[in-house]
Design a binder for this molecule. Structure first.
Ligand SMILES: [Zn+2]
Length: 531
């Protein structure tokens, strides 16, 4: 049986840009549009041309995208003609492949917010769609508050949708603007709409205020809608929009959808999903959500020993989909609950083959348990675990020695009389018999130490020049004066690969130093730097 086509519409750059704390620059928007295009998204909504400088510039750019680049804006204002509405004119003239109008479809909003008549609202929809279709544009209508509107006055909500469809709009998008609808309500209401407007012209735009935006989107598809709107990582105001990063693999990998529908995302593009999700977080300077479905670091992580031995024999026993299908990977956590099978599996993953009866495996397990007892957390620090394992197995060269370091923190008045706190670190390292001394100032002692440590490593410098620290987390364990500090550092290299290292000490600088050292040595091992 031929599969039906389902279309994906991304609004990260428009609705996602409403997220608290998110402020995309023009370059961010261009980079995200490219990323969405590479992922195989059908429609990319860029923003509101004419409404702000960034979006106006964005729509003026030359773009080479396969996706339908869509401009968003209001239907004509009540009481005006289409020719006398500058906002509408700017929208229709924008260099866009499609135009998405937003209009009210809840009678209560028309009366209270627009202060106009229901008939004038319908006329505004008809006139706006007609004007844009007349200019040869593909037109979408976002029916704002459609589900609340339908519950209050189904005839009017449907009249709004039908008005746009009859004037030639390609898509009638039903919006759960307040995000409070539940999946069974969405399924019932979309089911009623597709009796009037063919489902091949109906879209769903769900917000996540009951944490069911993904479920609501899938319910709409079950009822007949054939376009899904959402954002990467569920970005969006309040609780966010429907998360395309969860929707896409569900459509591709779950037979109920995969057997019935085709989407624009190929199997190869699906494998880049985790990377795309993490890249967006990186642009927003956020640590990726470890527990994100499909793409989170913990999405395919298994902890206890008995599960690990089963998962090695037959991954499907503990995994609902294969992790590499979405560009993620299986992770067997090495922790004090770990058995030998976890350790062997983890060694296998990092390319170290050992016999399960090798005495070094038992020793490694003992070392892991001892160190976790004093605060190390190897399940969160994969790179430190790998180094520890390689050391126990005798496979880490001694690249360089830090002979000493000194970190100072000074508070003083600067040249213009402002009180400043400055940190200075001096590091003395021995590389290949040569002593190198580096100093660096930083905004804090750890930052200064990091900069000094990575400033000059002699013949190893070229291997670490692309290394950056992307996250730094500190946790105080125990409590009171006996407290120890655990530091987790996440690093990234020029290829975008990330790893986490750990350090533990009563002294936060020392704990940070251990984690920094592990990060650098890990990078040297990974790059195959000569001993
Ligand atoms: Zn929205």
């Amino acid at each position: 049986m031929a599969r039906e086509r389902l279309y994906l519409f991304d609004t990260t750059l428009r609705d996602g840009a409403q997220t608290n704390g998110v402020d995309f620059t023009l370059n961010d928007k261009l980079a995200i549009a490219k990323m969405l295009d590479d992922l195989g998204i059908d429609y990319v909504e860029g923003g509101y041309p004419g409404a702000n400088l960034t979006d106006t510039e964005l729509f003026a750019q030359e773009r080479r995208l396969a996706a339908t680049f869509t401009a968003f804006g209001m239907a004509r204002r009540p009481g005006r003609s289409t020719s006398n509405d500058p906002g509408l004119a700017a929208l229709i003239e924008a260099k866009a492949d499609a135009i998405c109008f937003v209009a009210k479809s809840w009678d209560y909003h028309v009366r209270v917010a627009l202060e106009t008549s229901l008939e004038e609202n319908l006329a505004s929809i008809r006139d706006s769609v007609r004007a844009a279709v007349g200019k040869g544009r593909e037109v979408l209508l976002d029916c704002e508050h459609f589900f609340d509107g339908y519950k209050a006055n189904p005839q009017f909500a449907l009249a709004c949708a039908t008005a746009a469809y009859e004037e030639g709009a390609r898509w009638i998008v039903l919006c759960d603007t307040n995000g409070g609808a539940l999946p069974h309500e969405i399924e019932a209401i979309v089911g009623a709409v597709v009796k009037v407007i063919p489902g091949t012209h109906v879209g769903i735009h769900a917000h996540n205020d009951t944490e069911q935006a993904v479920a609501n989107s899938l319910a709409a598809v079950r009822a007949g809608a054939r376009q899904i709107q959402g954002t990467l990582n569920g970005l969006g105001e309040r609780c966010g929009n429907a998360n395309l990063v969860s929707i896409i693999p569900t459509l591709k990998l779950k037979p109920e959808f995969a057997d019935r529908f085709d989407i624009g995302v190929s199997d190869a593009q699906l494998k880049t999903l985790a990377h795309a999700s993490h890249t967006l977080d990186e642009m927003l300077n956020r640590a990726p959500n470890r527990h994100a479905p499909y793409v989170g670091e913990s999405a395919f992580a298994t902890k206890a020993g008995i599960h690990a031995s089963a998962i090695m024999k037959e991954p499907a026993t503990y995994e609902h989909v294969p992790p590499d299908a979405v560009g993620n990977r299986r992770k067997l956590l090495v922790s004090d609950q770990a058995g030998k099978s976890n350790v062997i599996a983890e060694l296998d993953r990092i390319g170290i083959k050992v016999d399960k009866d090798d005495a070094r495996v038992a020793r490694l397990l003992d070392v892991v348990k001892e160190r976790e007892a004093i605060g190390y957390a190897y399940e969160a620090a994969d790179a430190s675990f790998e180094l520890l394992a390689r050391r126990v197995l005798g496979k880490v060269p001694n690249y360089f020695n830090v002979e000493k370091f000194d970190v100072s923190v000074e508070q003083r008045d600067n040249a213009v009389g402002r009180r400043v706190t400055v940190s200075l670190a001096v590091v003395k390292v021995k590389v290949d018999g040569e002593t190198l001394i580096s100093a660096a100032e930083g905004n804090g002692p750890v930052n200064a130490l990091d900069l000094a440590l990575r400033k000059d490593l002699g013949k190893y410098q070229s291997y670490i020049s692309g290394l950056t620290l992307t996250d730094y987390r500190v946790r105080i364990l125990d409590g009171g004066t006996e407290a120890v500090t655990r530091v987790l550092i996440e690093s990234q290299d020029e290829a975008g690969e990330r790893w986490t290292t750990v350090g533990v000490s009563p002294n936060i600088i020392d704990a940070s130093f251990q984690a920094l050292m592990d990060s650098i040595v890990y990078k040297l091992v990974k790059s195959g730097a000569p001993a």
